[in-house]
Design a protein around this ligand. Sequence first.
Ligand code: NAG
Ligand code: NAG
Ligand code: NAG
Length: 145
Amino acid sequence: MEITLTRVIIAVFIFKGIHGLQYSDCGSSKAVITSADVEDCPGNVCKLKKGTNATLHLSFKTEDVVEDLSVRLYGILMNHTMPYPGHYQKDGCQSDGVSCPVQPDTIQNYTLIIPVRKNFPKVPSVTIKLEINDIICIHIPGQVA
Ligand SMILES: *[C@@H]1O[C@H](CO)[C@@H](O)[C@H](O)[C@H]1NC(C)=O
Ligand SMILES: *[C@@H]1O[C@H](CO)[C@@H](O)[C@H](O)[C@H]1NC(C)=O
Ligand SMILES: *[C@@H]1O[C@H](CO)[C@@H](O)[C@H](O)[C@H]1NC(C)=O
């Protein structure tokens, strides 16, 4: 399992090159992610510091008009997908850089604050998974330190 995960991460790393966040698209449809980054997270694995907020910036455009943006955040740990254990804004339309209803082919600059709670265990490898409706899915390799 770890070998497979490592291979996937290496594959993504090579594919995306050495600059910026090494995210992967986990099946976005009718939408395109144009950029993604987490503040203070250079390199291929995002170090999430306990007791801080991580700030994710995600720019995307959709094929169709989209009225509502419903955000779901997960942590994938040892191949188990769990709802993210922390408070976050589930209404994507509340984000400043997003204008709802979203118009087709218009870049939206979505921001999400991800609280990294003090009582989280230290985790050397976790994948953050973000879904918006059923149109966007992104995986971000991370660790809790
Ligand atoms: C992870 O889980 C998925 C879905 O349950 C399964 O198809 C896959 O084989 C698992 N991968 C590993 C490496 O265990
Ligand atoms: C994290 O963000 C929340 C909501 O925006 C805010 O209330 C809290 O003070 C922030 N925490 C830190 C450590 O910056
Ligand atoms: C997102 O940012 C781009 C580039 O700065 C800008 O052209 C676009 O209008 C922004 N989108 C929104 C919805 O503010």
